[in-house]
Ligand binder design. Structure first.
Ligand SMILES: *[C@@H]1O[C@H](CO)[C@@H](O)[C@H](O)[C@H]1NC(C)=O
Ligand SMILES: *[C@@H]1O[C@H](CO)[C@@H](O)[C@H](O)[C@H]1NC(C)=O
Length: 190
């Protein structure tokens, strides 16, 4: 590990405590959605499950994707915090290599390096499974989200997506369910 990696790791450990998943070894190299079509992926998605992250603490989370320019997707994430305020983040997602269109990189700030956003499986109209893994020397940090076009997702679909994650070694018991209750989440509509 070089100095930057050690520093990053220390910061992750300090910031994340135990809630962000730091695992030993290299990142897996999962299969991604074949012939990914960003145009069909645009619009609103509701978060159904996710691995814990340091940067998302709320519930009722949504993601809105829009086409900014060819190959560049605008990202607008919102969530309802425990104290009733809505937190939002604006970013951009870009395809790094046109030969692998399902492997995007998302960036929310010029100060932070972009993070991997790989679409492992989507049917565009109901569900998507996102995975991102970053190596820090001997360790790696994983992110994953299951999103739905609706605030709910059929149990069988969730099970299928969790089994994909399980097959690449993700601890699916850590995939926390996101509250999308209509009443609880009503502040999101204001
Ligand atoms: C709610 O919590 C967020 C995050 O901790 C904080 O930034 C914000 O100021 C809080 N808002 C209120 C109204 O307490
Ligand atoms: C699906 O339903 C079964 C039976 O109710 C339950 O045991 C299981 O935890 C559910 N799976 C998910 C992903 O919610």
């Amino acid at each position: 590990m070089n100095a930057v990696q050690i520093l990053t790791l220390t910061m992750l450990l300090a910031a994340g405590g135990s809630d962000q998943l730091l695992r030993s070894g290299k990142c897996p190299n999962p299969a991604v959605q074949a012939n990914f079509d960003a145009a069909r992926y645009l619009g609103r998605w509701f978060e159904i499950r996710k691995l814990p992250t340091t940067f998302q603490k709320g519930q009722c989370a949504t993601a809105d994707y829009s086409l900014k320019s060819p190959g560049v997707v605008g990202v607008f994430n919102r969530e309802l915090l425990d104290n009733g305020t809505i937190s939002s983040a604006v970013g951009t997602a870009k395809v790094k290599d046109p030969a692998e269109p399902a492997k995007l990189e998302v960036s929310f700030s010029d100060d932070v390096p972009p993070g991997p956003y790989w679409v492992l499986s989507t049917d565009y109209d109901s569900y998507t499974l996102i995975y991102g893994c970053t190596e820090y020397g001997l360790f790696h940090v994983e992110l994953s989200w299951i999103l739905s076009r609706k605030p709910t997702l059929p149990n069988e679909t969730t099970e299928d997506l969790l089994s994909i994650l399980s097959s690449i070694g993700v601890s699916v018991d850590k995939m926390a369910a996101t509250v999308q209750d209509e009443t609880y989440c009503s502040p999101m509509n204001q």
